[in-house]
Design a protein around this ligand. Structure first.
Ligand SMILES: C[S@@+](CC[C@H](N)C(=O)[O-])C[C@H]1O[C@@H](n2cnc3c(N)ncnc32)[C@H](O)[C@@H]1O
Length: 192
């Protein structure tokens, strides 16, 4: 199955409360496929569950050997992924030190972390500070909908990435579908 087939089953065009919009309103799937195609991750964390659409799609895309963990401040919209053995959903705030430590443990690390949470810069930076050192060598930390696209903010992201031995790249996909928020930051940790 292609990444597009995996996401199609859980899509919604109107609101992320009903289904994932990574391949509908947004144009992120091609970039994800280029990054993840040759990976067999053990653990993936996504900030922002909403309907559970993307968690269910990641579970199909990566297969049973990958644990997909989602964290959200509300689980009231969850429709998809509840019955998948390798999907875990955590009620918690990914900008809070106490929630991260309580639910993800003190040291757990991830092959991939995706921030599809509030899309506010201040929250994106908070989560990065809390989670960047949990990315495994060669793994990814990706921010979707990086809408507060100023030089100052990009400098902050760049400095954090460098501090954690990560290579950062911006994908500005706004012209693909005319979607104003279609900007993602892909950071990959250098192998040590
Ligand atoms: C765009 S939706 C997620 C969509 C989902 N990833 C998908 O593609 O199907 C954003 C979600 O982030 C959650 N959220 C907002 N702030 C958050 C935070 N600080 N920590 C965790 N989740 C947060 C919201 O409650 C909302 O459900």
């Amino acid at each position: 199955m292609t990444i597009h087939d995996c996401f199609k089953k859980y899509e919604d065009y109107t609101t992320c409360a009903k289904g994932t919009d990574k391949g509908t309103a947004h144009s992120y799937l091609q970039v994800y496929d280029e990054c993840f195609r040759d990976m067999t991750p053990t653990k993936v964390l996504e900030i922002g569950i909403a309907s559970g659409g993307s968690l269910a799609a990641w579970a199909d895309y990566f297969g049973d050997q990958t644990t997909i963990i989602g964290m959200d401040i509300t689980l009231k919209n969850v429709i998809h992924g509840k019955n998948k053995a390798n999907v875990q959903m955590i009620l918690g705030d990914a900008t809070r030190f106490s929630d991260i430590h309580q639910h993800l443990g003190v040291e757990g690390s991830f092959d991939i972390i995706i921030d599809d949470g509030s899309h506010r810069f201040v929250d994106q930076v908070c989560s990065m500070v809390l989670l960047l050192d949990r990315v495994k060598d060669g793994g990814y930390y990706i921010i979707e909908d990086f809408v507060e696209l100023t030089e100052e903010n990009l400098n902050i992201i760049g400095k954090l990435a460098t501090k954690h031995q990560m290579h950062a790249k911006i994908y500005d996909l706004r012209s693909v579908k005319g979607e104003w928020s279609d900007v993602m930051i892909v950071m990959q940790k250098r192998a040590s």
